[in-house]
Design a binder for this molecule. Structure first.
Ligand code: NAD
Length: 313
């Protein structure tokens, strides 16, 4: 990987971290940001160069991350793919399905890796739950609540935060939404800043997802219920407890065993970038490709439609 020539386009809050990881594992050629002061600041920190334009950057590299605002993903990724450069696009993939389809087709035509940064997939709790394979859950509920920050305001809270739990829902159930009900409120911006969705999937699982970017206390939790067990993930505390019915005794709850799964402390972004660069080198599948990014985008757009219906009542 050390020989792969890489770069990052968009080095704001998240792109700066991407550039740090590329500097560790690959041959980081430099960075580009529409804000030259920001680019200079990150380049100073990493001891790399800034490019004066996107075409200049693309002419020097094999693989890049695109961590610009979502509204620019399609335009920037299209330019990169046309230049023959492999792309890891931050989530959400694009603003709409036609944009996603155009990028998927272009990547296929040029035989380039197109990855989407649905990073929660590599979280050790999710990896563990997929590995043990308890089958499709009956019900799952997620809360992803964050204090307000003046970032990602080109998208609503569904695309910004709920999309993580939509992705995990689709991943863990391997099913498609068949009925989507949702409410949402534009509390601070002109887009939904909080939303609650009630989704029935094709396999019968029901998912209740809550997301907000205007709360005082952050929370990132996922609870998954099967017939005889229940898993509770806290992404902030990095904990996973699985409660097995009929197997032991939690104090005060006879017949229930509390399995505290020991989760490794991992660097999820480094894992995501190494997976992407590995796919470029070995032409192997990525953990989240364009089709997977499109699938969760489609689910997010269904939630958006339901929220719009609620708002226009
Ligand atoms: P940010 O506003 O901090 O950074 C965006 C940067 O892109 C800014 O520095 C801006 O100057 C630059 N920029 C804007 N237009 C550009 C263009 N056309 N070309 C080059 N640079 C451009 O935003 P952020 O929080 O870093 O988010 C960036 C992307 O990452 C968004 O798509 C967001 O949804 C995604 N994101 C993903 C996660 C995750 O968990 N995977 C978390 C946060 C953000």
């Amino acid at each position: 990987m050390k020989n792969l020539k890489t770069a990052v386009i968009g080095v704001g809050h998240l792109g700066r971290f991407h550039a740090q990881k590329y500097a560790n594992v690959s041959d980081l050629q430099g960075i580009y940001d529409a804000n030259p002061d920001r680019a200079a600041e990150v380049a100073r920190e990493l001891g790399c160069r800034t490019f004066a334009s996107i075409p200049e950057l693309l002419a020097s590299v094999e693989a890049i991350s695109i961590a610009t605002p979502t509204s620019t993903h399609h335009e920037v990724a299209e330019e990169a793919l046309r230049a023959g450069v492999h792309c890891l696009v931050e989530k959400p993939f694009t603003l709409d399905i036609p944009e996603a389809d155009a990028l998927i087709a272009l990547a296929q035509e040029r035989q380039l890796v197109l990855a989407v940064g649905h990073i929660k997939r590599v979280h050790p709790a999710i990896r563990y739950l997929r590995q043990v394979g308890y089958g499709a859950p009956r019900y799952l509920e997620a809360e992803r609540l964050a204090p307000f920050k003046a970032r990602s305001l080109d998208i609503d809270v569904i695309m910004d935060l709920m999309i993580h739990d939509l992705d995990l829902t689709l991943l863990l159930t391997e099913a498609e939404p068949v009925d989507v009900r949702a409410v949402g409120v534009a509390a601070v911006t002109d887009k939904a800043d909080m939303a609650n969705a009630w989704i029935t999937l094709s396999n019968g699982t029901v998912a209740n997802l809550a997301a907000s970017r205007v709360v005082r206390e952050p929370a990132r939790r996922l609870r998954i219920f099967w017939q005889d067990r229940y898993a509770s993930v806290d992404f902030i505390q990095n904990t996973l407890h699985i409660y097995h019915r009929g197997e032991g005794a939690v104090p005060g709850i006879p017949g229930v065993r509390d399995e505290a799964v020991n989760l490794a402390k991992t660097d999820a972004l480094a894992a995501e970038i190494e997976d992407f660069l590995g796919a470029v080198l070995r032409q192997s599948p990525v953990f989240c490709d364009g089709m997977a990014g499109r699938r969760v985008l489609a689910a997010a757009l269904q939630v958006r439609k339901a929220v719009d219906g609620f708002l226009s009542r």
